[in-house]
Design a protein around this ligand. Structure first.
Ligand code: AIR
Length: 232
């Protein structure tokens, strides 16, 4: 993954393994879209503990302002980094191993001891890690704050468009439903529903009304409740 922009990187994306790059590429995409310069590095808390330590210790002096750390399995990467820097660290628990669906990585990332915080996002939540990093940077960057605001407006517009599309779909299907203004007189206590009531919904059957239909019609099919305290 290429470094972004003319400025030095502000966000450090650290992967526990190259095998994490598929999911973690989502963070790069978001930061690229927002014009936030970042770098991507690979360092394993277990396989290369010294490299991880050096990265954490030197990140701030190189201009990094937020670290995003993604790892799977016993995911101690974010915690290790957070223990050796004062920069905010966002942890991305990854589900890659499949054995525990990412629960292993989630707990390893999120259950940090007091005083060494890791802001953990959802399992495989690389994109949200990037959005969060951008929000942190936007505290001191009004231009970035503006881009974030525009991004949020675009998301809202997309929801509006989806809602309009669903509304149109509902309009087309409304003939399937019974009219809302149908009279709601209590059904007579007969042995079954009136034929017309279910026919309009396409639910009528030649015989054997459903349990719901029997209950609606007041059919005494259900066992009577025992009074509290009554003998067995
Ligand atoms: N991992 C690597 N070092 C420590 C950990 N926890 C994680 C990687 C990856 C998983 O182990 O972040 O999600 C499997 O790595 P690999 O290299 O075997 O594919």
């Amino acid at each position: 993954m290429a470094d972004e922009g003319r400025r030095g990187p502000l966000v450090g994306i650290v992967l526990g393994s190259e095998s994490d790059s598929g999911v973690m590429g989502g963070a790069s995409e978001v930061l690229s879209g927002l014009g936030v310069p970042f770098e991507t590095r690979i360092a394993s808390a277990h396989r290369t503990p010294e490299r991880t330590l050096v990265y954490a210790r030197t990140a701030s002096s190189r201009g990094i302002r937020v670290i995003i750390a993604g790892a799977g399995m016993a995911a101690h990467l974010a915690g290790s980094l957070a223990g050796s820097t004062l920069l905010p660290v966002i942890g991305v628990p990854l589900s890659g191993s499949r054995a525990l669906g990412g629960m292993d990585a989630l707990l390893s990332t999120v259950q940090m001891p007091s005083g060494v915080p890791v802001a953990a996002v959802a399992v495989d939540g690389a994109r949200n890690a990037a959005w969060l990093a951008a929000r942190i940077l936007a505290l001191s960057d009004p231009e970035l704050e503006k881009r974030l605001s525009e991004g949020r407006d675009a998301m809202a517009l997309a929801v509006d468009a989806s809602d309009a599309a669903v509304g149109a779909e509902e309009g087309r299907l409304s003939w399937l439903r019974p009219p809302l203004s149908r009279p709601t007189a209590a059904p007579a206590r007969t042995s079954g529903p009136t034929p017309g009531a279910t026919a309009s919904l396409g639910l009528s059957r030649a015989s054997s009304p459903s349990r719901r239909e029997r209950a609606k019609a007041g059919s005494p099919c259900r066992r009577p409740r025992r009074a509290p305290g009554s003998a067995t």
